[in-house]
Design a protein around this ligand. Structure first.
Ligand code: STX
Length: 342
């Protein structure tokens, strides 16, 4: 079979690999069901949904989902070889199957911060009796992976990151305040539509009010516009399906949680996660970044690569943001298969 163009491929540490080098296309592993699931009490009246699939005696691997507020889906299990990995997924506070859900009227998100989630990961690790684990995170999941691994490096065997996001002002400005409007002026109009014409503050602040409007129809309308902007710009090619049948709970939770993190700048100091990359020294790591990622553009992956040259760095030449895209998926599965042999 001739090589296919949209592959990510194996990369040696310390070098940037950018271009058209291709290996074999990788498919997802087959769909699997969890071996066990549970709800862990992490305090502050929060229960988080967790699940384990794959090999109960395999190499422990933790999947950190995006958003924040995106939740896990069964497809996330399929990045990992189920014979090799003990695959652990959980829904971060107030989203997915975790409770209370952020769409609940009167929800209080003050106990939902980056550092609450880092503490939750440690609680989950102890609850499951895991000593050390591989951690994978894409997008916001990459932010959380960096925050967790820089806080508890001794608990992390390997790191895999996709679509690097570190919640810096420049990154929020790009995606939520107008940068990406240069590429998607049509979709940008729809994102801006709920914001009152006389509003003079930031878009993120406008949405912070809209998402809690006393009229639930206004809040849901805003949530749908927020989510649609994000979900329609994360793949290189337009997505095929939409969530038109959704009642709004997913959108409300996703938009409220993301917006809450962005208003608070992730409870991070400027550039914190990149400046602290040295704390990850010695942990085998790989970064997979799509060249045409419009949500978390490559400037951040590049900055991380410069600060952390020992991590493998792969740019997928025809990749966007989503983990399911062929080149991105191939790069991730290739890295996970190699880490499985360590
Ligand atoms: N947010 C990027 C992020 O983590 C800035 C993200 N964007 N879309 C997603 O996650 C979903 C795939 C979960 C919808």
């Amino acid at each position: 079979m001739p090589p296919q163009r949209h592959q990510a491929t194996r990369r040696t540490p310390g070098q940037a690999h950018i271009g058209n080098t291709v290996d074999a296309m990788r498919e997802f592993y087959p769909p699997i069901e969890p071996n066990r699931t549970g709800m862990l009490d992490v305090g502050d009246a929060n229960l988080i949904y967790w699940e384990e699939s794959g090999n109960p005696l395999g190499k422990p691997a933790l999947f950190l989902h995006g958003g924040p507020g995106g939740g896990t889906t069964p497809a996330h299990r399929q990045l990992f070889n189920p014979e090799k990995y003990r695959i652990i997924l959980f829904d971060q506070r107030n989203c997915g199957k975790s409770t209370p859900h952020a769409s609940t009227p009167g929800i209080d998100l003050s106990h939902n911060t980056t550092w609450d989630l880092v503490a939750d990961i440690e609680k989950l690790r102890e609850h499951l009796g895991v000593d050390r684990w591989l951690v994978y995170g894409g997008s916001w999941g990459s932010t959380l992976t960096l925050a967790y691994a820089q806080t508890h490096p001794e608990r992390v065997t390997e790191i895999l990151l996709r679509g690097i996001f570190t919640l810096r002002e420049t990154e929020l400005d790009w995606f939520y305040e107008g940068g990406a409007a240069a590429v998607y002026p049509d979709l940008w109009e729809r994102y801006m539509e709920p914001i009152p014409a006389d509003w003079s503050g930031s878009n993120i602040d406008a949405y912070a009010a809209l998402l809690y409007d006393e009229d639930p129809a206004v809040a849901v309308h805003a949530a749908k516009a927020w989510v649609e902007w994000e979900s329609s710009t994360i793949t290189l090619l337009p997505p095929v399906d939409s969530d038109a049948a959704d009642e709004g709970e997913y959108d409300l939770a996703f938009a409220r949680i993301e917006n809450h993190y962005f208003v608070n700048k992730g409870w991070l100091t400027p550039n914190q996660l990149i400046e602290n990359a040295h704390l990850l020294s010695g942990i085998p790591a790989a970064i997979v970044q799509g060249r045409y990622d419009m949500c978390t553009p490559m400037m951040t992956a590049w900055a991380l690569h410069k600060a952390w040259p020992e991590a493998e760095f792969t740019v997928v030449p025809d990749g966007g943001h989503a983990f399911s895209e062929p080149g991105i998926r191939s790069g991730l599965i290739d890295a996970l298969d190699r880490f499985a042999e360590r």
